[in-house]
Design a binder for this molecule. Sequence first.
Ligand SMILES: [Mn+2]
Length: 374
Amino acid sequence: MNEPVRRLSTAAAGSPEPRSKAFAEALAAARGKSLLILLRGHPDPDGIACAITQAHIAQRMGVSQIVIGYTQEVSHRENRALVKLLGLELRKIKTIAEVGRVDFLALVDAHEVDPEVADTTNVEVLTIVDHHRAVTPPKARFVDLRYDVGATATIFVEYLQELAPLVADVEEDRRIATALMHGLATDTDDFMLARATDFRAAAQIAEVCDRDLLEDLSRRLIAPTAMDVIARALSALVVRRNFAMAGVGFVSESERDTVAQAADFLVRREDIDTCVVYGVVGDKYIEGSLRTHSPSVDPAAWLEQAFGHDEKGRAYGGGRRDKGGFRIPIGFLGRVTDRGQLWQLVEHAVRTALLRQSGEEPTPGVIVPPVTAS
Ligand SMILES: [Mn+2]
């Protein structure tokens, strides 16, 4: 190795990675104070793992009170198992005030405060660590937004290495490593979509993981309700060239994840590369999930073009590399008592938007609507 290169690498070794250092410096502002770590939407394994990791680091740095909060039900059965098996304390909240005194917010696996939380204007967002595409640059004292990682967990593994390395004989460390590994696996479709950085992160925590616990966490169960929604998706499936879509009718709020599960299933059909599954969730929203392995489909842009924006200018849909979702309020129409008619309306509007966006002429044919409320 020649001289300059060697000098460069010795200079880098020993000094913390600049982002870890900046993360720690930002967190130091919360020393002796209270921090609310907020998850967005329905907590998923990546978000949950990152939240407990940030809590772990914050605690070591002397943050005196730490609460992990979320706003929308832990709806996926596997995620409930994660919370239970790890013995986590997560708090479902509607307002910040109900948590008590909160000096700072930290967002993990998200770059915006969940819109369901009403009273966030007076609390400073201290840190944002995320891998989802941001339309506008997020605002916080410290922002680490990376698009070259498959999971936010990868970023937190890096922080841990620099700031508080995990050790295998400490119970809490093992749980954190296991949660991070599970988050990495689920966000990267069992490492199929993982980048080199994700594999490196996995290697760094591999020895600390609790293998039995990891096995329990990753048993991919499919709930009967999800199977039912998959069946409805199959019966309503429309395929146009390499694009597929399916409207699954009415889905209760607690079963909303089944829409995404159906999309995960359908995109495996070998003659397509992109699919969208949608339904009416909780009589309040049209919700849909997009899955793609097409190199030319950017889920966020694709959904934005298909469905446009709300009156505040926010896109109805968003996403990252291979998956996306959208949510459109149906407002007053949710009161319509004739389910069949309401579904026909929704189905027509969504199908037209999707076909246009996928470059197909909307077909006038009537598709037999699944209207079952689960
Ligand atoms: Mn994630």
